[in-house]
Design a protein around this ligand. Structure first.
Ligand code: CDP
Length: 227
């Protein structure tokens, strides 16, 4: 059986601005996989809480927003540029720490990981690739390939600062670094599904690795694993 006829499942995890989204998107294209950014789904939950004027630190508000997102999830919802600001990011790492919220979203993510959407206009996906914090550990523990990306906090803060600047969002490097460190601490320190590499994950430190190099290495790893 050729490699490309089997269903491929790939998990990419790592902290903010470690390069997981860029890498996962390119791998999705390379191997014709359905790509889902789990952070966007958690961000959509937080945005819904904020839009209703509710509190991301309140578990009941967070759970009802998770149920809303589960039942109304669309591509437009997760591609919304309004999800990508630091107010939503902060509310996300608060609201997503509650176990019932994670249960609802984990189940939703797992469904899409195992059943990539089909379209009349494109050939069916060969599998799926999800990125986030707990894909290899919780959402897709049986993934064929697990990648864990890291980069030192200063490099990550610089990347995020440039991204925000390019979007015309005014902030300082120091604020971005502080926000990122606070969020990293919440994501790594929470009890349920903290940011953690799976035991069988392959680690990439992207502090000094450019996007093309990370991509080429990942393609090689995936080809070897699937051979
Ligand atoms: O790339 P960046 O960290 O800025 O954003 P993201 O990947 O969109 O994730 C936003 C937040 O969602 C993270 O800080 C986590 O608190 C949360 N998240 C999570 O808890 N579990 C996931 N699988 C993905 C994201």
């Amino acid at each position: 059986m050729s490699v490309m006829t089997q269903f491929i499942s790939i998990a990419v995890d790592g902290p903010a601005a470690s390069g997981k989204g860029t890498l996962a998107r390119r791998l999705a294209e390379q191997f014709h996989l359905f790509y889902l950014d789990s952070g966007s789904v958690y961000r959509a939950v937080a945005k819904h809480i904020l839009d209703l004027g509710k509190n991301p630190d309140n578990p009941e508000d967070a759970v009802s927003a998770a149920l809303y997102v589960r039942d109304h999830l669309t591509t437009e919802m997760i591609d919304n540029p309004a999800l990508r600001n630091d107010i939503v990011a902060d509310a996300t790492s608060r609201s997503c720490r509650f176990p019932p919220v994670r249960d609802v979203i984990t189940e939703t993510l797992r469904f899409y990981a195992n059943h990539p959407p089909v379209s009349k206009h494109t050939k069916p996906f060969q599998g799926s690739i999800l990125d986030g914090r707990d894909i290899g550990t919780v959402v897709c523990p049986n993934a064929d390939v697990k990648l864990f990306l890291t980069a030192n906090a200063k490099v990550r803060a610089e990347r995020r600062f440039k991204e925000l600047n390019a979007k015309g969002i005014e902030t300082t490097y120091e604020t971005v670094l502080q926000d990122m460190q606070d969020r990293d601490a919440r994501d790594s320190g929470r009890e349920t599904a903290p940011l953690k590499a799976a035991a069988d994950a392959i680690h990439f430190d992207t502090s000094t690795m450019d996007v093309d190099t990370a991509f080429e290495k990942a393609v090689e790893v995936i080809r070897q694993k699937l051979a």
